[in-house]
Design a binder for this molecule. Structure first.
Ligand code: SF4
Length: 959
């Protein structure tokens, strides 16, 4: 025993601190990683970082256990057993890359579409999308189609941005905060920090969510709405606000298309389009003269009412009149909507009053002069301090796009978008749909050995931009940008495997995926997807999806179903680039980006996926990845981050550019750029000028700043699109106008859903199944302490959520005679599961819910096959099919939003019955135990950090 006097009471915990970026969720907080020797000892928040100001959440601090996970893959693997058996052989990287090259090269030289390249929640889409483009395949997307594309696309098409990565509530100035359908992992630290600020100032928060957990549990008011009716609820708020005249008319006139004249000539090919002059400029009625002028004319005051006869017949009226006709209609009155939404009319009136009171009686005024894009000077910035935030809850329905549009329109009507106290854009947003690229991949754009002429993902502006063949059939494997889902800005990842399996619209040769656990929690119809991945063609004996390449850092369930595994590093062992070309970490007042860098070296034969992808690109000779002699242009991802230029002066990282490292935004590559980021704490940021901080869509100071930084090459001011001409163009096509016509079976659906002003329609699944058989809504959400499937294998986080019960409302529990700990059968039109139950009060009376992606397949993730995640954890995915029930015409539609293709996870309807009591109950369905790939560490039975380190420290202290 050491002498007590010599006991070291302050042992050195670290030799160094490395500042990098967290990847335990998608918020990308700054972290300080304490390192001793070659071991990570402790992670804390970086106090200087613009995203988190030092705040670290449970996930972030548990990153150390993610890094040490026994499920980490250790070397490239080649499948040697059958798919699903988990039998692999370790191979060298050279062999792995040669194998991948030999599979991909012939495809590129003959038919690049035969590669489907899809990624999960990775943070390198600026690279992966470019790689797909250079390969020449249109079949690329990331996970957005099954996450929240409705939120993102509705935002871009309506206001030029959306929540979270595109914008933020004005936490410092808002007077009322509304949260709609927010999952607890979207977003994380920034929302918690913001809610803390609101609590400090005593600001009221209202949560509209079927489930009262997380942020809803700390809200001042909770409105337990019926799932899928948020759009109807929002339209009833709009109805009340319009009816009582509590909207911001000046804001509508200045910053929106409400005054733009809409052609009203029923039956004609231009009915419902904007009336434009010969230069294509939309027209408004000048209040002074009553005459039509271009909406861009400076010094005019456009009318919101009126009508003008058109020279060639019909009339044109301001879009505002159509808004009034639609939304003042009694079908939107709270008395009519309350039955469907479950929100009593008096609560709608009370909330509308609260919104109006905060917006118009507590307006925020900043004494900051600014100039708008028409050259008009404003001596103040005046704001309507009502802020809102929404996420997957309102998005993952088949009516989600129009719901999300309605929410943005509610914000616009009270003048709270990009004004003090409201919702604020984060640079490089706002960026309206019109200045985003159109998707590339039309039939004549896909050619052997040739890059696509543009990015595979983009924003269509009319049926002319669809990716369909001359018969109107889809040309992408996920049928994105076809009549099935015209505005599918993030693709339809949830349809890739089933379409590839069915060879519809064509078979693929190679499915290449990264970080997407499609054989388990990321797929609807999990068992069906497993069957599709393993089924062979009886004629050839070959798998229906012949070759699957998969990259992941961990032994997820998907690994067993791939043929070639490219093992990724953990986030602390790699370079990464949180780029302005992708979804950056900017705040409303500052532009910022960040890096990850290897704060410790990998101790396994693994490589960062992005470096492997660039190597593969070079081996395939992809343009931009090789020089004139065919030699690789980039050593690895770090080299690409430093030297790649998307156009002259614009690279993946905006900070410390130019030979001197003093340029920002635009500038030549700087060989020392990554070192400059590391020295600066892993990020770069630059404050916006004071006069550029609000009204960014119309603010000349901001527009000039955006051009200087390289966001645009010229100022791109615009008006918010309350009335969507884009949707009207699809509506007109469905009515039979134009050369590009939808197939007959989709015509009526387009007429119903593609309304230029948002309308509510019932979610598809709920409308198609029998309400008496399946009367209950079923939802999932991720818990605050976990993110996707990674978190639920993390030894520390497993101690917070080791399994997931089905939470059911107390009244429903009583009627089923079910108590906490009992088991129930849950059935849908597609499947049946047996699960444990927990009873709660704070949930909509017709809704049950559970945490998603905690349930693991036995043998996956190097967990004990009898781990609680496998025995008492479950997925609702088994109940959800990627197709809706059969329709009367014998067709089955995709279980998606018909506008964007967003996976409609939350439309699920179920029935619940009590299961027989039995000991040692296990969830059903069960699956065979997965075999572990070779090389994985044996997991410790003790869920704590570094037994060996603790022993060594003790020895050091004792000496
Ligand atoms: S919020 Fe996300 S990025 Fe931030 S510390 Fe937590 S896990 Fe990491």
């Amino acid at each position: 025993m050491p002498d007590d006097k010599n006991l070291n009471l302050s042992p050195k915990s670290a030799d160094s601190i490395a500042k990098t970026t967290c990847y335990m969720c998608a918020c990308r907080c700054g972290i300080n990683v304490h390192i001793k020797g070659d071991e990570i000892r402790y992670i804390e928040g970086n106090r200087d970082h613009p995203v988190n100001n030092g705040v670290l959440c449970a996930k972030g601090s548990a990153g150390i256990m993610q890094h040490l996970s026994p499920a980490r893959l250790t070397a490239p693997l080649k499948r040697v057993g059958k798919r699903g058996e988990g039998k692999f052989e370790k191979i060298s990287w050279e062999e792995a890359m040669e194998m991948a090259t030999s599979w991909l090269k012939p495809i590129r030289e003959t038919d690049p579409r035969k590669l489907a390249f899809f990624t999960g929640r990775d943070q390198s889409q600026a690279l992966t999308g470019w790689w797909a483009q250079q390969f020449g395949t249109p079949n690329f997307a990331a996970h957005g189609g099954f996450c929240s594309v409705n939120m993102a696309a509705a935002g871009i098409y309506t206001i030029g941005g959306a929540f979270w990565e595109f914008g933020s509530p004005d936490w410092e100035k808002t007077e009322l905060f509304l949260l709609f359908g927010v999952a607890e992992d979207h977003d994380s630290n920034p929302i918690k920090i913001g809610l803390g600020k609101l609590k400090d100032r005593g600001i009221r928060t209202v949560s509209i969510n079927p489930v009262q957990t997380g942020y809803s549990a700390v809200a001042d008011d909770w409105i337990g709405i019926t799932p899928g009716t948020d759009g109807l609820f929002i339209l009833s708020l709009i109805h009340v606000l319009m009816k009582t005249g509590q909207i911001d008319l000046d804001y509508l006139i200045r910053y929106t298309n409400a005054p733009w004249l809409v052609i009203r000539r029923p039956g004609s090919a231009d009915d419902g389009l904007f009336w434009r002059d010969e230069h294509g400029q939309p027209q408004v009625l000048d209040h002074k003269t009553g005459k039509p002028v271009s909406a861009e004319t400076a010094g005019i005051r456009p009318q919101l009412k009126g009508e003008i006869a058109l020279p060639d017949g019909g009339v044109a009226t301001p879009a505002f009149m159509l808004m009034a006709e639609d939304w003042l209609n009694d079908q939107h009155s709270p008395e009519v909507t309350e039955e469907k939404t479950g929100v009593p009319a008096n609560r709608v009136y009370a909330l509308a009053d609260a919104i109006a009171e905060a917006a118009f009686k507590r307006e925020v005024v900043i004494d900051q002069p600014w100039v708008d894009w028409k050259g008009e000077h404003h001596d103040k910035m005046i704001g309507r301090p009502v802020a809102m935030h929404a996420m997957r809850g309102i998005s993952a329905h088949s009516n989600g796009f129009q719901t999300c549009r309605a929410l943005h329109i509610l914000q616009i009507l009270i003048g709270s978008v990009e004004t003090p106290g409201g919702f604020r854009f984060k640079p490089p947003y706002p960026k309206p749909a019109a200045i985003h690229p159109r998707p590339a991949g039309k039939p004549d754009q896909v050619k052997p050995s040739t890059p696509l002429p543009g990015a595979p993902l983009g924003y269509p502006m009319s049926p002319d931009d669809l990716l369909v063949d001359d018969k109107g059939r889809p040309v992408r494997i996920d049928k994105a940008y076809s009549w099935d889902a015209p505005l599918s800005a993030h693709g339809l990842m949830h349809m890739v495997i089933s379409n590839a399996y069915a060879g519809d619209p064509y078979p693929v040769d190679v499915l290449f995926m990264y970080m997407a656990n499609m054989a388990w929690n990321s797929s609807m119809n999990t068992r069906g997807v497993i069957d599709m991945l393993t089924e062979t063609d009886p004629q050839t004996g070959e798998y229906r999806i012949p070759k699957i390449i998969y990259s992941d850092a961990y032994s997820s369930e998907m690994v067993a179903y791939a043929d070639l595994i490219l093992p990724d590093t953990t986030y602390l062992e790699r370079h990464d680039c949180i780029s302005l070309l992708d979804r950056p970490i900017c705040e409303p007042d500052c532009v910022a980006d960040a890096i990850r860098w290897p704060v410790v070296a990998p101790d396994r034969d693994v490589r960062g996926f992005q470096s492997a992808l660039l190597d593969l690109g070079a081996r395939l000779g992809l343009p931009g990845m090789v020089d004139a002699d065919g030699k690789p242009l980039y050593r690895d991802y770090a080299d690409y981050m430093t030297n790649h230029q998307r156009k002259p002066g614009i690279g993946p990282l905006a900070g410390f550019r130019g030979q001197s490292g003093k340029d920002h935004g635009r500038g030549d590559p700087n060989p020392d750029q990554i070192d400059a980021y590391i020295a600066n704490g892993g990020f770069w940021s630059e404050e916006l000028p004071e006069n550029a901080r609000y009204f960014k869509m119309a603010n000349q100071h901001y527009q000039d700043f955006a051009v200087k930084m390289g966001f645009f090459d010229k100022p791109e001011p615009y008006s918010f699109q309350i009335y969507s001409e884009v949707l009207q163009k699809f509506q007109l096509a469905a009515q039979g106008h134009g050369n590009n016509q939808p197939p007959e079976h989709l015509r009526d659906r387009i007429k119903t859903c593609f309304t230029p002003l948002p309308q509510w329609y019932p979610p598809f699944e709920g409308d198609m199944v029998d309400q008496r058989t399946y009367p209950i809504h079923a939802l999932t959400q991720r818990p605050m302490a976990m993110y996707h499937s990674w978190g639920s294998q993390n030894p520390w986080l497993r101690q917070i959520h080791g399994h997931n019960p089905l939470f059911i409302p107390a009244a429903l529990a009583r009627s089923l005679e079910v108590e906490e700990g009992d088991w129930v059968w849950v059935t849908s039109h597609h499947g049946k599961i047996k699960v444990p139950v927990a009873v709660m009060e704070g949930v909509n009376p017709h809704t049950v819910w559970t945490w998603n992606a905690i349930g693991k397949r036995r043998g996956g993730w190097q967990l004990d096959p009898d781990a609680p995640e496998a025995r008492k954890g479950f997925l609702l995915n088994h109940l959800i099919h990627e197709l809706l029930p059969m329709r009367g015409d014998g067709l089955r539609w995709s279980n998606s939003d018909p506008i964007t293709g967003q996976a409609a996870w939350f439309d699920l309807k179920v029935n619940i019955t009590k299961a027989d009591a039995e000991d040692n109950a296990t969830v059903e369905p069960t699956f065979p135990i997965l075999g572990a790939p070779p090389g994985l560490e044996k997991p410790s039975s003790v869920l704590r950090y570094g037994d060996s380190i603790i022993a060594r420290d003790k020895k050091e202290n004792d000496q």
